[in-house]
Design a protein around this ligand. Structure first.
Ligand code: KG4
Ligand code: ZN
Length: 361
C-alpha cells in the first residue's frame, strides 16, 4: 500500500442499520457492510428504539469484522476509526460509539466523532454519476463542486444546506414536523403497504394516477422550510372517508385504488421538495450543483422531477450510499483530517459522548 494513503474504518449505528465500512483516501469504498433491521421493525411500522439498540449489540462485532474481511484489510492497515456520534437514537448511537472506543483503545488509532447528516453530505465524495469511484481512479480535488446545495432527505431528516466547503455549511431550512422518509413510512402504514414505506409507496405508485386526487403541498413560513404532516393528514382523511384503502365511500360510491393514493401522496411530497430546492437555486445563483442524499434520494419520482426542474446538475449517490451506511461516515472523517471542520468530524478522546440531537449549520 502507498505510504501516503489513508485507510479509515467507519462505524454507523444511529438508527436501524448496523454498518461498518473501510474507505481509502476518503474516496474509495473498499467495503460497505450494512446489517439492516428493517424486518425486525416492520411489524411496528417504524423503528422501535430499544429493540434497535439490542440488535446493534448483537450485530456490531461481526459487521466490523466483515467490513475488514471484505476490504482485505488487517487492523494494522487502518489509520483511523470514525464513528457516528449523532444525531440519532441515543441507545443505538451508544453501541457504535462504545465499539469504536474499544477499537481505538486497543489499537491506539485516532478516533473521529462524526455528524450523521454531514456523513450524508460527504457520501458525494465517494461517487460520481450515480456510481462509486473505482479504487485508484483519478478524482478531481473539487469533487463535489462547491458551492452546492445539499438536500438531505431520510427517515430522520429533511434539510436543505448551502455548502461553500465542508468547513462552511449553512442551514437554509428544513422540515417543521415529519421528515420526508417518516412521511412515506406513515403514509405506507395508512395504506397498508408495509415498512419501510418509501420503497413500498414508490412501487405501488408506479401503477397509479397521481392526479386521481389532489393533496395539499405543505405550507410553511420560511421560503426553504418544509412540512409533510398536512399532506399525511389529508391522505388520512381521504382513506378514512373511503372506509379504508381501495374501498368505496357509501355516500359517493367513489373508489380510489391504493396505487392512485400512493401516486398522489408521492407526487405531493416530491412537489414540496422540488419547489423548495428550485427556490433555493434561484436565490443562490452561485451554486454549481444540487446534491441529494439520504434514503429518500433513492426515490425515482424525486430524481426525475428535480433533474427536470433545476437549471444546474443534480447528483444522487448510488442507492447503497443513499441509505444509512458507514462509508459516508469514514468519508466525513477524512474531511476532518484534511481541514478543520469540527461540525463535520472532530478528533475525539475516549470520553466521546453521543449527541442525540445536534443541528448542522
Ligand atoms: O437514510 P435512511 O436509510 O435512514 C435515516 O437516516 O433515516 O433513510 C430511510 C428512509 C425511510 O423512511 C425510507 O422509507 C426512505 O428512506 N426511503 C425512500 C425510498 N427508499 C428509502 N423513500 C422514498 N422512496 C424510496 N425509494
Ligand atoms: Zn441517515
Amino acid at each position: 500500500m502507498n505510504d501516503r494513503s489513508t485507510t479509515i474504518l467507519g462505524i454507523e449505528t444511529s438508527c436501524d442499520e448496523t454498518a461498518a465500512a473501510v474507505v481509502r483516501d476518503g474516496r474509495f469504498v473498499l467495503s460497505n457492510v450494512v446489517a439492516s433491521q428493517a424486518a425486525l421493525h416492520a411489524p411496528y411500522g417504524g423503528v422501535f428504539p430499544e429493540m434497535a439498540s439490542r440488535q446493534h449489540v448483537r450485530d456490531i462485532s461481526w459487521v466490523v469484522q466483515a467490513a475488514l474481511d471484505e476490504a482485505g484489510s488487517a487492523w494494522a492497515d487502518l489509520d483511523a476509526i470514525a464513528v457516528t456520534r449523532g444525531p440519532g437514537l441515543s441507545g443505538a448511537l451508544l453501541v457504535g460509539v462504545s465499539a469504536a472506543k474499544g477499537i481505538a483503545l486497543a489499537s491506539g488509532l485516532p478516533l473521529y466523532g462524526v455528524h450523521h447528516v454531514a456523513g450524508h453530505l460527504a457520501s458525494h465524495r465517494l461517487c460520481t454519476g450515480g456510481r462509486r469511484f473505482e479504487p485508484g481512479e483519478p478524482v478531481p480535488d473539487d469533487h463535489p463542486p462547491m458551492p452546492h446545495l445539499a438536500l438531505v432527505v431520510s427517515g430522520g431528516h429533511s434539510e436543505l444546506y448551502l455548502v461553500r466547503s465542508f468547513a462552511s455549511i449553512r442551514h437554509l431550512g428544513g422540515t417543521l414536523d415529519d421528515a420526508a422518509g417518516e412521511a412515506f413510512d406513515k403514509a405506507a402504514r395508512l395504506l397498508g403497504l408495509g415498512y419501510p414505506g418509501g420503497p413500498a409507496i414508490q412501487a405501488a405508485a408506479a401503477g397509479g394516477d397521481p392526479t386521481a386526487l389532489s393533496l395539499p403541498v405543505g405550507r410553511t413560513e420560511g421560503p426553504y422550510d418544509l412540512s409533510f404532516s398536512g399532506i399525511k393528514s389529508a391522505l388520512a382523511r381521504v382513506v378514512d372517508g373511503l372506509g379504508g384503502p381501495s374501498e368505496s365511500t357509501p355516500a359517493t360510491g367513489q373508489v380510489v385504488p391504493v396505487a392512485d393514493l400512493a401516486a398522489a401522496f408521492q407526487a405531493a411530497v416530491v412537489e414540496a421538495l422540488v419547489r423548495r430546492v428550485a427556490r433555493a437555486v434561484q436565490d443562490h445563483p452561485e451554486v454549481r450543483a444540487v446534491l441529494v442524499s439520504g434514503g429518500v434520494a433513492a426515490n425515482t419520482a424525486l430524481r426525475q422531477s428535480l433533474a427536470g426542474t433545476v437549471p444546474v446538475p443534480v447528483a444522487f449517490p448510488p442507492p447503497s450510499l443513499c441509505t444509512d451506511n458507514a462509508a459516508m461516515i469514514a468519508a466525513a472523517a477524512h474531511v476532518g483530517m484534511l481541514e478543520r471542520a469540527p461540525e463535520v468530524a472532530d478528533l475525539a478522546d475516549l470520553d466521546l459522548d453521543v449527541m442525540a440531537s445536534v443541528p448542522l449549520g
